[in-house]
Write a protein that binds this ligand. Structure first.
Ligand SMILES: [Zn+2]
Ligand SMILES: [Zn+2]
Length: 355
């Protein structure tokens, strides 16, 4: 098999050839066809998350020690089965659910693998999808997506799922309510499309880039706001008539958290997804007095992946702009993503790589 690996944090990925693993027990091996490049791959590549105040979370503490294969948006074809594997056949085309837990604990038994304390996340703890082959512990982590474009299907494993799970954490919306999307990169654009597909039209898109706001409007945002203005909070609340019941923050920096929590109407939910980094200080009594919720959302459950694939199959969901590139451009794609030169999603073509 062939993979593009992190050999040293922050340095170009390097191609590696090694023995193709043979699935054991209930394991299933997937020949990767498409592999999405996600923003969180950057943190794994660079080796840390910024926790603010000079603090860092180092990915090596999560078992992510180079040389390491990153990538957690896999779509491929089942090409070998362990002796006890059940539920799929060689030749089946599947999305790999990457947020795999220990499979032993009560949380995993509840179907919340992504919240397990002993995760085996693909591309973070287990070898990832910038590779021709991937071994999955159990066929239940493979999701059929017939009729959905394969590059798009790959991105549903992380970006689509993340957006779907975040939207699921909004409160019950009344017709008067608005939802704010903070950050109009790949996730924000998917969120606008997904909100619209669910019949939620009162969406305000916020960014600091006029071109991204223009695309957000084309994607279906009813209002857009450039949040560089010093009175952005006042403007935002005015656009919604002070009826912002939900904020989806796909940036996750102090400025967006302050703006998002400040913009909510009473009882509103602020959902934090972005991992840009930093820390904030907040006055506590108003959180209680306004009855607001501050929730984190990180990827989503296997059940939620099935839900978002079902939504994609209806045809109501507009796919995000996707650029398919040769697998050999993995490293360049990460660099462009880091430098903010990618709009939409990049998906690597591993299907045409000889392995
Ligand atoms: Zn991701
Ligand atoms: Zn578990």
């Amino acid at each position: 098999m062939l993979s593009y690996d992190v050999i040293e944090h922050g340095k170009p990925l390097q191609v590696r050839m090694r023995e193709t693993p043979v699935p054991q027990g209930r394991e299933v091996r997937v020949r990767i066809v498409r592999s999405g490049v996600c923003h969180s791959d950057l943190h794994i590549w660079e080796g840390y998350f910024d926790l603010g105040g000079g603090k860092r979370f180092n990915v090596k503490d999560r078992g992510c020690v180079p040389p390491f294969t990153t990538g957690h948006e896999p779509f491929g074809v089942v090409d070998a089965l362990g002796p006890d594997a059940a539920g799929v056949a060689v030749g089946d085309r599947r999305i790999v659910y990457p947020w795999i837990g220990c499979g032993q604990c009560a949380v995993c038994a509840d179907g919340d693998d992504h919240l397990c304390l002993a995760t085996r996340f693909v591309g973070i703890v287990r070898p990832g999808a910038y590779a021709t082959h991937l071994v999955v512990p159990d066929a239940k982590y493979l999701v059929e997506a017939d009729g959905v474009d394969e590059a798009w299907a790959a991105t549903l494993a992380c970006s689509g799922l993340t957006v779907h799970s975040a939207i699921a954490k909004l409160p019950v919306l009344k017709p008067r309510h608005w939802v704010v999307v903070l950050g109009c990169g790949g996730l924000g654009m998917s969120a606008i499309a997904m909100l619209r597909a669910r019949g939620i039209d009162r969406v305000i898109a916020c960014d600091v880039d006029a071109a991204k706001l223009e695309r957000a409007r084309e994607q279906g945002a009813a209002q857009v706001l450039d949040t560089r203005s010093p009175d952005a909070l006042v403007q935002l609340k005015a656009l919604a008539g002070d009826q912002i019941a939900g904020v989806l923050d796909f940036v996750g920096m102090p400025a967006t958290t302050t703006l998002g929590t400040g913009a909510l109407c009473k009882g509103g939910h602020y959902v934090l997804c972005g991992l840009f980094g930093g820390e904030v200080t907040m006055s506590l009594p108003p959180i209680a007095q306004r009855g607001i919720s501050i929730r984190g959302s990180y990827v989503g459950s296997l059940r939620e992946l099935h839900e978002v694939v079902a939504l994609a199959k209806t045809g109501r969901l507009a796919p995000p702009p996707i650029e398919v590139r040769p697998a050999s451009e993995a490293s360049r794609s990460m660099e462009e993503l880091r430098d903010g030169r990618v709009s939409g999603r990049v998906v690597l073509d591993f299907g045409s790589v000889d392995a």
